[in-house]
Write a protein that binds this ligand. Sequence first.
Ligand SMILES: Cc1cc2nc3c(=O)[nH]c(=O)nc-3n(C[C@H](O)[C@H](O)[C@H](O)COP(=O)(O)O)c2cc1C
Length: 285
Amino acid sequence: VTLSTPRATDVEGATPVIETMLAHTSVRRFRPDAIPEAHVDLLVEAMRRAPTSSAMQTTTVVLVTDPAVRRSLRPHAGGQAWVAECPLFIVSSVDLRRNDEITRERGHVNRAGDLRVLISATEDIAIAMQNASLAAQSLGYGSVMIGGVLNGTREIAEVLGLPPRVIPLLGLCVGRPDVGRQDPRPRIPRVVAFHRDHYRLTPEEERTALEIHDEEIIASNYYDGRRIPAADVGLERDPVPDGAYAWREHVARKQARIWWDDATPKLWDDLRALGWRGCEGRGST
Ligand SMILES: Cc1cc2nc3c(=O)[nH]c(=O)nc-3n(C[C@H](O)[C@H](O)[C@H](O)COP(=O)(O)O)c2cc1C
């Protein structure tokens, strides 16, 4: 049972592409130096060459290099400082408008509906953004994905002047790292999430593997200073002593934050306001 993620240097036969992948850590501190246009072009071409579901290309991308625009976006993307500080912020959107219009112009009825498009375009976005991220890392830049865009998708659409039915979903900060080498963030053991031919993991095996993982995390002090405060999940006092907070507690708190009580209804409202028609008259209820 392999319980830890190998580093690039541990893996035999890794190509430079794989080494770039295995050396990944998210970077959240950037030098302000602008990215040369030739490099921006390489990132754009890496995104354009990404596979796209049925060649539908249901995405629209805005490259934000104007610091004033990034500053306006920051409060709507979870207030994250690196959104304003990185020299290049890429915002990828699901574009429900373009192909819808083409379908109507050609005299057809759009029977696909917005749910399937939202899912497959989200897949496209993730793949293209990862291409951009890897391309950037191979050029020596640092990057971090920003799912925090979902916090303010409606406001971000407005700041960027997006047409109706274009929904920003994911951002990517790119820039020269202003940090030294970072230790890679641990991953859960291979055995928990990867299977061969069939799913084969008993609940006991899963529990044991995650317990061992938590012990390793505690031994590495990874969550020192990275805890989600008890108040965020509605507790007055933190029941978890020092030296017991690890990945499972972190995941649980991420999902238990009181913040979701407002964020989840806001996301539904935003999607509706942006013209997503995924659920109207659908489903079994
Ligand atoms: C879809 C997606 C959304 C993410 N959103 C954010 C974000 O809004 N802010 C942030 O700082 N990191 C964000 N991240 C980065 C993750 O926190 C990071 O990948 C994870 O903690 C693992 O760390 P590593 O990338 O350094 O290995 C996101 C990553 C992904 C894949």
